[in-house]
Every structure is written in C-alpha cells, then in structure tokens.
Design a protein around this ligand. Structure first.
Ligand code: IVH
Length: 702
C-alpha cells in the first residue's frame, strides 16, 4: 500500500492489552512516518515538519527501540544516518567518509570544547583555530584527476553520495581545471553548495509566479537545484555557489595547517569564504563568533554559526574522530535572532493532508538579515499555550529556517494593542475549512485540526493518488503527474469523479494519446470490481489502513451495513479502539461522504462477493439461509467464532437490532441490544438455544 501522509496511529489506537504489540505498532508507525519525512526533506526538499518535531519523533523511536531491542528492524530509520540517495542519480562511495560536526550552543560549550582539545593534546598554551563561517547549504565532494574535474558527489549518508557531476559542471565557482601546472593525481575537495540570498528570493518569486511551492529556505533550494533530474533549469544551477573548506586528499607537501589548506584551495581557483579568520583559545573564538554574528545580516549567504578547526593538521590527526564527528572541530551555533513586532492577523492554511495551520501575518520586520511577515503558529494547542491574539506584540525568532517562530507574547504590552483598537479576542481554529467550507475536526488526542472533506481541493490530489495506489483500488497508470493534471484541469473535482472519466475527456489532456486514454479507461474498469476492504482503504478514512479495513469488511460485509452501523458497533470490533471508531464513525456520518459513497456505486463500483462459503464437505451448509443474527453480551467463545459458524451455515450477522433481525444471540450481561430485541419482539436465544436451533435445522436439512 502506498504510504499516506498522517496515517500515524496515535498511541490510543493500539490495543492496550499487550504492551509489546503496542510497541511494535508504534515502532512501525514511527518508522513509516520518519521515512516519509526523510523523503520529503532529502528527496523532495519540501519538509512538512520542523527539525524539532522530526527530532521528537526520532527520539521516541529510539527510546522504544532501546526498550525493545528485539523489535529493531534492519531498515529502521535509526539504523541510517543522513539521507538515503535519491532515485535517479547513480551513487558512488566517498573516498573517505564525509563527517559531520558537533555543535556548541553557547560560550560554555565552546570553552568546554577548547578545554577538551587542550587536555587531549596535553597542552597548556592557547590552541590556534581557524574560524570559518558555518555555511547553511549542502555538503559536497569534488574529485579532480590530474587537475581535471571528474566527479562530484553529494554528502548522502556520509559513506555514499549521489553523483551530481552533470549538474555541478554548470556551477561557475567549480573550476573545470585546477589552476596549477603540477596538480596531484587525485584531489578530493570538500565544501558547501549554497544559494545566495538574492538568488533565493528571485527563485522563489519565479516559482510563485509559476504556481509552484516556494522553497522554505536557501538550503533546501540549493539541495533541490543540485538534484534536478528532469527539465534541468541551468539558470538555477548557475546561481549556485561552491565554497571550499577542506582537502581530504591530494594535499601538496609542505602544508601543515588548515589556514594553508584554505590558501591552497584559493590558489587552485576555488572560492573560499572571505569571512574566514583565526582565533587563539576559547576567548578569541567566542569574540570571533560574536563579531561574525553581528555581520550576519550583511552577508550575501545564509550562515548559522562559526566552525572552529584546530589549525595544526598534526594536532588534528592526533585528536582523531569519534562516532561521525572529528574531535578537532566544532560548530559554534548562533543563537536564534529575535525581534518584536505586531501580530496583525491570523490566517488559516490547508495543507495537503487537510491539516489546518494557523499562520501569523506580522507587521514586517527584519530578523537575521531578511524581512519576515509570516510565522507559523502550528496548531490550537500552541495558540492556547502562548495565548496568542491578534493585535498582540509578539517576540519572534528565526533559527535555521527562514520561516520564523513566535517565541512569546508581550502580555505587558496588551494595553498598546487595545489602544490601537484591537479586540484581543482568543484565536480559535475555524469550524469550517477556509478552502472548501466543509466542517473541520480535531480528533481526541491529536493536536491537528483537519478539514474533513476528502474532496477539498487542498487534499484531493493526495486522496486521489491514494485511491489509485496498489493497496487501494490499484488503478494502473494513474500516477502522480496524471492525478495533478486531472485535478488541475477540473476533470476530477471530487474523488468519485475518477469513475466518470471518459476517453474523450482524457484525450484532451496534454501528453495524453488515444492509446493511453484507452488504457486508463480500461484500468478504471478493472478497478471498479473490488472488495469492500479495498474500497474502504480507497476512501482515505483516517486510521483506516489494510488491517482496519479488513476488520470492518469482515464484520459488516457490505457498505450498506457499514453505513447503518453505530459508532458503538464499530468500536466493539476486537482490535478497533476508540480513536479508530470515532474516525470511521465521523467519516461515515458526514452527508457529503455518504453521497460520495453512493456515487461510487452509481458509477459502477461493485463489491465482489466475499470468498465462497465452505461446501457441505468442508462443514458448510445453508441451514441458516435467510436468517439474520445479532450477537450481544459475553459468550463462551469469542464473538467471531459464532459469527463464522452462522455465516458458514448461510446466515448473516448484523451489528444492530431491527425488525429485520431474526434472532438475538445473547450472552452474559447483554445490555441495550437485548432490551431493543424485547421491545421489538425479536426472538432471543442463549447459547444453548442457538445450538438447539442449529441442530434442529441441520436435522431438517439432512
Ligand atoms: S568541515 C570535518 N567546515 O556542516 C568536518 N563543514 O554539520 C565536516 N559545513 O557536513 C566538514 N560549513 O556540510 C566544515 N566551514 C565548514 C562548514 C561545514 C558548513 C557543513 C558541512 C557538514 C556539516 C556538519
């Protein structure tokens, strides 16, 4: 089944009876969710959550795996570092691992780093460091053979990267040849690909004008540009900048210091950050970092700290590397910059999963070198926690990302807001979706409020892709591009429209020939014959994946019966918890969704009869044909056992008592259903009565 966004079952959804099973399910869900975010971050350069939210998910997974080592899967996201190479580019190993850096978050941590270096080197005098800006881009390795550029790799997972040589050849700051008459046979140059801020802003303007989603920050934009595969935009490549900072192989004799390495790189024709400098000891390093921070806003590129590297290469070798980071270098990170402004308004955006995000519209203000006018407010909990109201004076900060966060409200300045005429009303997420006006819901235990309409244009594409996926209706040939086209051309306005598509509609689409149109029509025809479980999956009900869909299908057998089931009946299914039952119940209660379900059927979707019942030789019979049973109370064996026996004998089961019910089979402590049966005059059997009925009918039939 194709992975869907936000299919992460909440903790409540797992059975509580079995702690291991709960852990296993949560580990699986977390792994899938992390993989999806890795994909979004590394392959699509379109992250949906903040680094912090990602870290929290990852930490939860790590904690669970630590407690249940037997459940660690070899393909768990915790067993990898960095990104898996994207599909499309060939991969190649790095000549030596590309390391990462440890961070110092404040002056104390910088001093601690310096103290450890001194201790390890057994020195009392001040250590000399090279200070380099910490470039916020994408690390790469360039290989030069006899002075000629032959290969460029992304960092990838540190061991293996993607071969993006073809794209790198268009980056002006990557020389085709080293500017020397005596190049080393092999040189491995490492540095960062960055996108200067001015180019970043131009690129985003272009994307917005073209109806594309703008990049979140220059780092994502740089990574995205570097990894263009199709319709490569050369201008985007040309606007990238390569800044060199390390020579992993091919170091000419006589070089013994990092500052000499930088000079050599510059000599060979590379661009080395002009902000580089030197510092003796922690004191000077802290001062350097502060001075660089003060200049941050004037720099043409995004940086997020200073990297301090022990200058003497011999000392570097002595200090060595632990885990994945060298002990001779540290990234001293800038504190996030803060500023104060007025929250002019709050708007609500609908994401691809239907999630509503409150977005702060700010009086524009400069923070960290850029003017910001928006900030994410995340969700209702965040609004409540910080008590954020329109008109408030708020403190915002910009960490690594261009999208800033609201740190806190200046409660002491509310008078000013009132004086300006603001009402200072509490901020509430709307009851109606701002895009399609359908009702919004927030499920218990979740922080996110969502638009409940599967056909909300904001969600339709995702939902249609899901409907076509293998685990759902498996519509051959209905891929992402075509889904986009169908929705954009207005051919699909709600999910069921897909079954109203005719060959002539499809042929009118660009790049769609007669043959492919006919193929899709045929694929849709095949997809019309499905099972109840697949149909339920296809509807994209939150929390309904394969397992839950199977359980629902087994219990109710037909869509009609499921539609008339009560939330209690759904919740009573073994393994379906309150969260799932609530989600299913809410979905099925929505008149719009019911209309959609009816329309699917009208447009020819048929549920194939469930697998054939056992033959008399296999223990099956027809003796209960025409009878409908409702089971209630506690029986001597699980309910499913009786359900199976009834079905094998040709009978039906239902979740609710009506005049059509033939018998109610009541166990211990039967409640409302028993009462209803008595009211309606429906016959009630206990287990003995049921066995007697079955025996009598079998004797009759024999
Ligand atoms: S040195 C040997 N120098 O930061 C240590 N890295 O957080 C690693 N980075 O993967 C490389 N500016 O992509 C080094 N002046 C700089 C850097 C820098 C940015 C990146 C690099 C690395 C990451 C680690």
């Amino acid at each position: 089944m194709a992975r869907r966004p936000s299919r992460l079952p909440s903790r409540e959804a797992a059975p509580e009876s079995d702690a291991d099973e709960t852990a296993r399910r949560r580990i699986e869900a977390l792994s899938r969710e992390l993989e999806r975010h890795d994909q979004l971050y590394y392959q699509e350069d379109a992250p949906e959550i903040s680094d912090r939210e990602y870290d929290l998910l990852r930490r939860e997974l790590e904690a669970l795996e630590a407690a249940h080592p037997e459940l660690i899967r070899p393909d768990s996201p915790t067993q990898r570092v960095g990104s898996a190479p994207a599909e499309g580019f060939a991969t190649a190993p790095h000549r030596s691992p590309m390391l990462s850096l440890d961070n110092a978050m404040n002056a104390d941590e910088m001093r601690a780093f310096d103290a450890r270096v001194k201790k390890l080197l057994g020195r009392d005098d001040e250590v000399e460091y090279v200070a380099e800006p910490k470039l916020d881009g994408s690390g790469i390795e360039l290989i030069y053979e006899n002075g000629r550029f032959v290969q460029g790799l992304t960092r990838g997972d540190g061991q293996t990267g993607e071969d993006v040589t073809v794209n790198l050849r268009h980056v002006a700051t990557i020389p085709e040849e080293l500017a020397t008459t005596s190049p080393p046979p092999i040189a491995s140059i490492r540095g960062e690909i960055v996108l200067p801020l001015a180019a970043f802003e131009r690129l985003n303007e272009k994307r917005l004008a073209a109806g594309l989603r703008p990049f979140e920050n220059p780092r994502n934009a740089a990574a995205g540009s570097l990894r263009q595969i199709h319709d490569v935009d050369l201008q985007r490549l040309a606007s990238l900048e390569f800044r060199a900072y390390a020579l992993a192989e091919g170091q000419p004799a006589g070089i013994s210091r990092q500052h000499e390495v930088l000079a050599q790189l510059a000599d060979w024709g590379f661009f080395v950050s002009p902000e580089c400098g030197r510092a003796r000891g922690a004191g000077e390093a802290i001062a350097f970092n502060e001075a660089l921070l003060a200049r941050r806003g004037e720099l043409p590129i995004e940086i997020d700290g200073t990297v301090f590297k022990v200058d003497r290469l011999e000392a570097q070798a002595e200090l060595g590397t632990v885990a994945r980071a060298p002990r001779w270098a540290i990234a001293f990170k800038f504190p996030p910059e803060q500023a104060e402004t007025v929250l002019a308004d709050v708007e609500f955006q609908v994401g691809r999963t239907g999630a509503l995000t409150p977005v702060a519209r700010l009086r524009p203000i400069r923070v960290g070198g850029v003017t910001v006018s928006n900030a994410s407010l995340h969700n209702q909990d965040e609004l409540d926690r910080k008590d954020i109201r329109v008109g408030d004076r708020i403190v915002i900060q910009r960490a690594g990302d261009v999208i800033p966060q609201v740190v806190r409200v200046r409660l002491d300045k509310r008078r000013e807001a009132l004086a300006e005429g603001f009402q200072l009303a509490r901020t509430r997420l709307p009851d109606r979706c701002p895009v399609c006006q359908a009702a919004t819901v927030r499920l218990e235990g979740e922080s996110v409020t969502r638009c409940a309409n599967v056909d909300c244009p904001a969600q339709l594409k995702t939902n249609l892709r899901h409907l076509a996926s293998r685990g759902a209706l498996d519509v051959d040939g209905l891929g992402e591009k075509l889904v986009d086209q169908l929705v954009e051309a207005g051919l699909v306005r709600r999910l069921s429209d897909v079954f109203a598509l005719r060959a002539e509609d499809l042929e009118a689409l660009p790049r769609m020939g007669e043959k492919s149109a006919a193929n899709l029509v045929a694929a849709l025809e095949r997809a019309r014959h499905t099972t109840l479980a697949r149909w339920l999956i296809a509807l994209g009900i939150r929390h309904v994946g394969e397992t839950v869909a199977e359980m629902l299908a087994q219990r109710f057998e037909t869509m009609e019966r499921l539609l008339s089931a009560t939330p209690e009946e759904i919740g009573a299914i073994e393994g379906i918890g309150g969260t799932i039952a609530e989600s299913v119940g809410r979905f099925l209660a929505d008149p719009h969704n019911r209309a959609e379900i009816a329309r699917f059927a009208e447009l020819g979707l048929v549920v194939e009869s469930p697998p054939a019942r056992p033959t008399p030789a296999e223990g099956g019979s027809d003796v209960l044909a025409g009878l409908t049973f409702v089971l209630t109370g506690t029986l001597s064996q699980p309910r499913e056992v009786f359900e199976r026996r009834i079905k094998d004998a040709g009978g039906k089961t239902s979740g609710s008592v009506s005049k059509k019910t033939s018998y109610v089979l009541a166990g211990e402590e039967a409640g409302s259903k028993l009462k209803k049966a008595t009211e309606l005059g429906v016959a009630v059997l206990d287990e003995a009565g049921f066995e007697a009925l079955l025996a009598a009918r079998q004797a009759d039939g024999a």
